[in-house]
Design a protein around this ligand. Structure first.
Ligand code: NAI
Ligand code: OAA
Length: 349
């Protein structure tokens, strides 16, 4: 079934917002899977308001859901229309994976089973792997060849690898796993501990897997221009409190809310796509991207690295001198990713 509200998949000749003002930019197509889930409900309104791609960039939302959730998706789409967002030029609602990715310029792959209490994200591997192989194929056949894809559904790094495997026409550099929630969590913890504002904290990074083995790294971090380690002045707190708090934050949210993080995950997805599309002005952020062997990380795992982004592209920060502690931590999280790759190897044939 292919339902649509106010949108055609044909190119739009002239960008015009719902209030009738012509805008300079043509609309871009943003596909979102799992659109009527928890994260979707926090995400779509922010994309439509221009927070993700800029206040001058019209969008057409192409929303994918399972057949059983199409009615709920209809309700979400009604609400989106009721916001009368000037930048929202149309909504496609569908359970057809090919339609969802048709002509997509951006794709946020959120739809997947979330974990519940007592599970690790890796436990979702087999349950969710099929979804990402099917969606990789559909992206390959239908999306723009320079589509930017963000994998949110867990286990995000290995799902990104699967998606890329099934989308050979798309550069692997255009398929990212979301580490930004971990990055934002780390910055927020540091701000709380030191009394600094989040904007005063720079050069923070989260390495590795979006899992409990990730390495939130303050070695290069500055707080108001000073070395974070000397501002914090408590290495024991960093090792015994800060790192585990960031690593375990997802489980702590599940324990408190009974459901996994949703609004903060949506916020992180907005931040990731925003910075990828519009650039970071030289600041660091953390992207889960295909390893090209930098820092000795095995190629063909999707690994969290410190990056800077310039309009539509990114570079892994190079030349950082890793201490022994960091090397050990990177080896642990790399080993986990290699294990996940091994566990789904049969699917990649
Ligand atoms: N990378 C990250 O930092 C984070 C990732 N997550 C992950 O995001 C995913 C979604 O989480 P929630 O929105 O909370 O879950 P949810 O269960 O509320 O929503 C998931 C939605 O996806 C839909 N869906 C399932 N399979 C689909 C398919 N094949 N195609 C299209 N839609 C499909 C479901 O119908 C549902 O509406 C989970 O895998 C969760 O673990 C959650 C938080 C942070
Ligand atoms: O922990 C989970 O399962 C959801 C998630 O990825 C997070 O909150 O970081």
């Amino acid at each position: 079934m292919f339902g649509k509200v106010g949108a055609s998949l044909k190119p739009i000749a002239r960008a015009q917002n719902v209030r009738g003002f012509a805008t300079a930019k043509q609309p871009v197509r943003v596909a979102v899977t799992g659109a009527s889930g928890q994260i979707g409900y926090s995400l779509l309104f922010r994309i439509a308001s221009g927070e993700m791609l800029g206040k001058d960039q019209p969008v057409i939302l192409q929303l994918l859901e399972l057949p059983a959730a199409l009615n709920s998706l209809k309700g979400v789409s009604m609400e989106l229309n009721d916001c009368a967002f000037p930048l929202l030029h149309g909504i496609v609602q569908t359970d057809d994976v090919n339609k969802a990715f048709e002509g997509a310029d951006y794709a946020l792959l959120v739809g997947a089973k979330p974990r519940s209490k007592g599970m690790e994200r890796g436990d979702l591997l087999k349950a969710n792997a099929q979804i990402f192989s099917a969606q990789g194929k559909a992206i390959n056949s239908n999306a723009n060849k320079d589509v930017k894809v963000l994998i949110v559904g867990n286990p995000a790094n290995t799902n990104a690898m699967i998606t890329s495997h099934f989308a050979p026409k798309i550069s692997p550099r255009n398929i990212h796993a979301m580490m930004r929630l971990d990055h934002n969590r780390g910055i927020s913890q540091l701000a709380e501990r030191t009394g600094a504002k989040v904007d005063d904290i720079t050069n923070f990074a989260v390495w590795g897997n979006h899992s409990a083995t990730q390495y939130p790294d303050v070695t290069f971090t500055k707080i108001n221009g000073k070395d974070a380690k000397s501002v914090i002045n408590d290495d024991k707190w960093i090792v015994e409190n800060f790192i585990p708090t960031v690593q375990q934050r997802g489980a702590a949210i599940i324990a408190a809310r009974g459901l996994s993080s949703a609004a903060s995950a949506a916020g992180a997805a907005i931040d990731h796509m925003h910075d990828w599309a519009l650039g970071t002005n030289g600041s660091w952020t953390s992207f889960g991207v295909p390893s090209e062997g930098k820092y000795g990380i095995d190629k063909n795992v999707w690994f969290g690295f410190p990056v800077t982004a310039t309009k539509g592209d990114y570079s892994v920060v190079e030349g950082l001198k890793l201490d022994e502690f960091a090397k050990e931590r990177l080896a642990i999280t790399e080993k986990e990713l290699k294990g996940e790759r091994e566990a789904i190897a049969a699917l990649l044939d």
